[in-house]
Design a protein around this ligand. Structure first.
Ligand code: C2O
Ligand code: CU
Ligand code: CU
Length: 481
C-alpha cells in the first residue's frame, strides 16, 4: 500500500508554477484509476451503452456527465487484429449521437462518422474487421455541430488493437500496473462543480481550453507505478489543448508507438507534444525509485503569433504525478531495442498532389457567420450533403496542407499516413511513425494511401481535430471506391 504522505510528496516536490492548473486547492485524492477494461478478444463482441450519469470531479459538487456503460467516459475496448469484432452501440441519451472509431482502418459504413447517427433508443451494430497492426486508438461521438459538446460531456474512450505479442516484444503489458492508459483532457468547472462548457467567441476561435487538468476523468490523482519500465498510452481527448509534455526531472521518455502502431526502434525524447486526436505510447524508466511528474508547458497555440490572443499567460502545470511503489511487480527493466514495428519510408514522388488550405474567418467576419460556417477548408465549410471529392481505392496521394493564423491538428478517417514534410522540413522524430492525425504548423505534406472503401452514404471525413473548428466547418468528406 502506498501511504498518503507519498501522494502529498509527489505534489509538494514540484515548484509552485508546476502545481495543477486547478485554482481551488485540491487535496490529493489517491491513486489514479484506469478506465475499466472491456476485453473483446475472447468473445469477439462488445456492447456500449451511451448513458447519463453524475461525476464528482472537484470538491465543489457533482456534474452531469455522459459515458459509455458508466457515468463518464467509456471503458478501454480491447480487440484483436486478424479478427472481426461485432460492436453494439446503444443510445440511451435523449439526443442523437454517433461513435467514430478514430484510428481504425475500417470501411466507411463501420466508421461512425456524422452520417451514422444513432437516434435516441436505437442500437448501431457495425462489424469491425481488423487487419491493421497493434495500436492505441480511441472512440468518440462525431455528430456534426455537436461533437465538441458531446465529447466534453464524456462520450469518448480508448480502444486497443492487440495481437498478444507484447510479452515477446519485451513491452510492459499489465493493464493498469505497468501499462497505463491516460486520457488527457482539460475542463472548466463552475462553482457547483458542473462541467462548464459555454464557448464564447474567443473559445470558438482558439478552441475551448480548460483551467483544470483531468486524466481519465479524474482531477488531482497520482499514478502509482512499479519500480521498473512503465508504458504510458497517451491519448489527447481534449477539445483543443495541445500539451508539450516532459518529465519534471528532465529524464527522457522512450517513444515506442505513434497513432497507428509501433516504431521499429524506440526514440528517446525530452519533450513530446501531443495535439488533440493524437496518441503516443512511451516507456518511462522508474527503476531509480524517484517520484516524478508528467508536466506540460502552456498550450502553444495562439492566433497569428499571439497578436490575436492565446493562452500565453498560462504557466507550466502538472498533468500527472507518479509515485513509485516498490511492492508492485516490475517485470520489465530493459528497454527493448527492436520493437518490431515500422516507419513509413516513401519519398512521395509520383503521387498526385491535393492541396488543402485550412481557413478561418477573423473578428467581425467570424461573428457575422453562422456557427457552422466560420471555418472552412479550401474556402468551403463542411456541408453534410456535399461530397468534396472521390478517390479510387488503392490510390496514393500527397496531401499538401496549409494553415496560417494558428496550428491545427489535421486528421483523416480510414487511413494511416506518412508525414513527408512539416513546414518544408523533415518531420520531427515524433512524427516519423504511422499517423492519422498531425499538428500542422504552417504547412505539412502527407503521403496517404486510400485502402478502405467509403460510399456517398457513409463517406470518410478529414478535419481539424480542434473540435470547435470541426463543428464550425473545418471539415470535408470524400468517398473511396
Ligand atoms: Cu477523432 Cu473525425 O475524429
Ligand atoms: Cu477519425
Ligand atoms: Cu483547427
Amino acid at each position: 500500500m502506498i501511504s498518503r504522505r507519498k501522494f502529498l510528496s509527489g505534489l509538494s516536490a514540484m515548484p509552485i508554477a508546476m502545481q495543477p492548473m486547478l485554482a481551488a486547492a485540491q487535496t490529493p485524492l489517491g491513486p489514479l484509476a484506469m478506465p475499466p477494461l472491456l476485453d473483446a478478444t475472447g468473445t469477439g463482441r462488445f456492447h456500449l451503452a451511451a448513458q447519463r450519469g453524475t461525476t464528482a470531479f472537484v470538491d465543489a459538487g457533482t456534474s452531469e456527465t455522459w459515458g459509455f456503460n458508466q457515468a463518464h467516459l467509456g471503458p478501454t475496448l480491447r480487440i484483436a487484429t486478424g479478427q472481426t469484432t461485432a460492436a453494439e452501440v446503444q443510445n440511451t441519451l435523449d439526443e442523437p449521437i454517433s461513435v467514430h472509431w478514430h484510428g481504425l482502418m475500417v470501411p466507411g459504413d463501420a466508421d461512425g462518422g456524422p452520417h451514422q447517427t444513432i437516434s435516441q433508443g436505437e442500437t448501431w451494430t457495425p462489424e469491425l474487421a481488423i487487419t491493421q497492426p497493434t495500436c492505441t486508438a480511441w472512440y468518440h461521438s462525431h455528430v456534426h455541430g455537436s461533437t465538441a459538446r458531446q465529447v466534453q460531456k464524456g462520450l469518448a474512450g480508448v480502444l486497443q488493437i492487440v495481437d498478444g505479442q507484447d510479452e515477446a516484444r519485451g513491452l510492459p503489458n499489465a493493464y493498469g500496473v505497468d501499462d497505463l492508459t491516460l486520457v488527457l483532457q482539460d475542463r472548466r468547472f463552475d462553482r457547483r462543480g458542473q462541467i462548464d462548457y459555454a464557448p464564447a467567441m474567443p473559445d470558438q476561435m482558439m478552441g475551448f481550453t480548460g483551467d483544470t487538468m483531468v486524466v481519465n476523468g479524474q482531477v488531482g490523482r497520482t499514478a502509482v507505478v512499479p519500480q521498473g519500465l512503465v508504458r504510458l498510452r497517451l491519448v489527447n481527448g481534449s477539445n483543443a489543448r495541445i500539451y508539450p509534455l516532459s518529465l519534471s526531472d528532465g529524464r527522457e521518455v522512450h517513444l515506442i508507438a505513434t497513432d497507428n502502431g509501433y516504431l521499429d526502434h524506440p526514440i528517446a525524447l525530452s519533450e513530446l507534444t501531443i495535439a488533440p486526436g493524437e496518441r503516443f505510447e512511451v516507456l518511462i524508466d522508474f527503476s531509480d525509485g524517484r517520484d516524478i511528474a508528467l508536466v506540460s508547458a502552456p498550450n502553444p497555440n495562439e492566433m497569428m503569433g499571439g497578436m490575436m490572443g492565446g493562452a500565453s499567460n498560462e504557466s507550466a502545470f502538472v498533468v500527472l504525478p507518479f509515485a513509485v511503489d516498490s511492492s508492485l511487480p516490475a517485470t520489465k527493466d530493459q528497454l527493448p531495442d527492436d520493437i518490431g514495428g515500422s516507419r513509413p519510408q516513401d519519398d512521395g514522388t509520383g503521387a498526385d498532389v491535393r492541396n488543402m488550405t485550412l481557413d478561418m474567418q477573423m473578428g467581425m467576419g467570424m461573428m457575422l457567420r453562422r456557427a457552422d460556417n466560420r471555418f472552412s477548408i479550401n474556402s468551403a465549410a463542411f456541408a453534410m450533403d456535399q461530397i468534396n471529392f472521390d478517390i479510387p481505392r488503392g490510390t496514393v496521394e500527397r496531401w499538401s496542407i496549409t494553415a496560417d493564423m494558428m496550428m491545427h491538428p489535421f486528421h483523416i478517417h480510414g487511413v494511416s499516413f506518412q508525414v513527408l514534410l512539416q513546414g518544408g522540413r523533415a518531420p520531427a522524430p515524433q512524427n516519423t511513425g504511422w499517423k492519422d492525425t498531425v499538428l500542422v504548423h504552417g504547412s505539412a505534406e502527407l503521403l496517404v494511401r486510400f485502402g478502405q472503401g467509403a460510399s456517398r452514404e457513409t463517406p470518410f471525413m478529414y478535419h481539424c481535430h480542434i473540435l470547435e473548428h470541426e463543428d464550425g466547418g473545418m471539415m470535408g468528406q470524400f468517398t473511396v471506391g
